[in-house]
Design a protein around this ligand. Structure first.
Ligand code: ZN
Length: 586
């Protein structure tokens, strides 16, 4: 069952890397044999390059469900022309389809079970603590590191999961998880001063401002802020691109996702006719995006660069929230402390604050699950500890962390039992149709082909809700699904994102379907570089007029650096606010 282990395990290559079939490797080979079979080292670009340079444009959360109608209405002419002239199609996201997991899969060419990022938060089984992930938690080398090692120049602007920025051969400006401009958000560090000098309004605020009776003026202000971020992206690309030079340059427009989260009812054709003015304003935001895409296309043309547009996941309506902890509680797997007990804990918390000035985090429960849910660990066998579209369920196993109660011998039976019960849960949607709330419940080691022994902080089960639902860890009300009222409809993620390629050596008018894990190997092969044998994706050779030569090279292990969470108490609060606004951490 555990098909890939890191050190000397003779896993068969075809079990762990189905994607390499037909790409120069013999599927029956062990990883070790495959590594021995590939040529060693080599010059910067040992193979024929199909792309002289690559400009990657990331549109966080982009979906053809929004883009196609805008293109058909002539509102995004630059993107429309780009899609017609090149290759495009659906890009499937990771499981879960969430920003940190998906962009890290893009960057490493490996799944979440390998790189270790499944959510914004990381749950520590040994302490019940939750911390925010950062670049230090990425357990595999990124594309930026691979390219830098091979002597190519890279630039990365606003890619999520790049804070704190790491050294590269080029430059890196960290993404939206950067606390503020007070933080060191660039590599090299001195680039920060230049950015603040040249772009005085540069900042990391992403808050969707609210004011009672703010109305259209408030919406206009929020949209203007997003439009300004589109312009700033182009400014940063040109400024830093010219300062440092580049072979691969990437910019991510994160606020496309925020825009859709917040204005979905103005974008969704099922509802937006009720809000003609708001719908027009949201559409104008995409028109401004298109104008800035046109500038990026022109910049790429001047540099003879191939352009790759991609999203990390798609988007759709947030119809409701699924509450697995409510079910676990009702079934007796999860116990909550009594209200009296909770009141005394809160009193203790305030007494502690009065005495010390500040709560010292977990001992007072402020950064654990207890903040949202008064778990009685001594009577709890299973709990969803954090959630990001999917729910991440952990068993409270004896010996793993404090107050473990599940006998390790009962682990597999209990996990099977809970998975089965969750898969069987049905609910009735507002239209009266019955459906399964969690159509897929995955065992993490089986889904990712990894070992929980290698990475004990991975969840035991991943709960995938029906599309349109997002899992929360809190318990509110008595129903396993809380429906969102249509008048307050927001957006949430879908698995189906977007991919498009254009420029030199790219085929015209081809429709393809790909997986986000394919982008790193495709980028390397297009540049005439060998692909590490342990990258999981396949090279999208059909996207080019001549198929690129695909050769594999030995995997390069990352030397992990142990480091505690990088965020300070205040920075953590900022990040919590930013993510809560988009419906996370609930
Ligand atoms: Zn995203």
């Amino acid at each position: 069952m555990l098909s890939f282990r890191r050190d000397g395990d003779l896993a068969r290559l075809d079990e762990v890397l189905p994607a390499v079939r037909g790409q120069g490797m013999n599927p029956g080979m062990t990883i070790e044999a495959a590594v021995r079979a590939v040529p060693q080292g080599g010059a910067a670009r040992p193979l024929k390059a199909l792309a002289e340079r690559i400009l990657i444009i990331g549109l966080d959360g982009a979906t053809f469900d929004v883009l196609d109608p805008l293109i058909q209405a002539g509102r995004m002419p630059a993107l429309g022309e780009f899609l017609r002239d090149g290759v495009c199609g659906v890009l499937h996201s990771t499981k879960p389809p969430i920003t940190p997991a998906a962009w890290t899969t893009f960057m490493t060419g490996k799944g979440p079970g390998r790189h270790g990022i499944i959510d914004f938060e990381k749950y520590h089984v040994a302490t019940h603590e939750l911390t925010f992930n950062s670049t230090y938690e990425i357990r595999e080398k990124t594309l930026w590191e691979h390219l830098s090692d091979k002597g190519l120049k890279v630039g990365s602007v606003h890619v999520p999961m790049t804070y704190p920025p790491r050294p590269v051969n080029g430059f890196m400006i960290s993404g939206f998880e950067t606390p503020s401009i007070d933080a060191d958000f660039t590599y090299p560090p001195e680039l920060k001063r230049e950015i603040l000098r040249r772009i005085p309004d540069y900042n990391y605020r992403t808050n969707w401002r609210r004011r009672l009776l703010g109305g259209l003026a408030m919406l206009r202000e929020n949209l203007a802020y997003i439009q300004r971020s589109f312009e700033q992206g182009v400014e940063l690309v040109k400024l830093c691109g010219e300062m440092y030079g580049w072979d691969v340059l990437m910019i991510v427009y994160k606020l496309v996702d925020n825009l859709q989260h917040k204005t979905w009812k103005y974008l969704d054709p099922r509802f937006n006719r009720r809000y003609p003015r708001q719908a027009q304003m949201a559409a104008e935001c995409f028109m401004r995006l298109d104008e800035n895409l046109a500038k990026l296309f022109e910049y790429a043309r001047r540099h003879r660069a191939t352009v790759l547009i991609m999203s990390d996941h798609g988007h759709g309506s947030l119809d409701g929230k699924a509450q697995p902890n409510l079910l676990l509680h009702a079934w007796g797997y999860l116990a909550l402390r009594s209200p009296l007990d909770r009141a005394s804990q809160r009193a203790g918390h305030w007494l502690h604050r009065l005495n010390k000035g500040k709560a010292s985090r977990f001992e007072q429960g402020s950064r654990g699950i207890e903040r949202d849910l008064a778990v009685d660990w001594s009577r709890t066998r299973a709990c969803v500890m954090h959630a990001g579209i999917y729910g991440f369920l952990y068993l409270n196993v004896r010996g793993r962390g404090p107050n473990g109660v599940v006998d390790p011998q009962d682990y597999h039976a209990l996990r099977d039992e809970i998975a089965e019960r969750l898969r069987g849960v049905t609910a009735t949607d507002p239209a009266g149709k019955e459906f399964r709330v969690f159509p897929e419940v995955y065992k993490t080691d089986e889904l990712y082909g990894c070992s929980r022994a290698d990475y004990p902080d991975l969840p035991d089960l991943l709960l995938a809700p029906r599309p349109g639902l997002a899992v929360i860890r809190k318990i509110r009300g008595r129903s396993p699904v809380r429906w969102c009222p249509p008048g307050r409809l927001e957006g949430t993620h879908r698995a189906e994102g977007v991919l498009a390629l254009g420029g030199p050596n790219v085929r015209r008018g081809l429709r393809i379907e790909a997986d986000i894990v394919d982008i790193a190997p495709t980028t390397l092969a297009a540049l005439g570089l060998r692909v590490p044998v342990d990258m999981e994706g396949r090279v999208l050779g059909q996207a080019f007029t001549v198929a690129p030569t695909v050769e594999r090279e030995p995997p390069v292990k990352k030397v992990a650096e142990e480091r505690a969470e990088v965020y300070t108490e205040d920075e953590r609060r900022l990040l919590e606010k930013r993510l809560s606004e988009l419906g996370y951490l609930e």
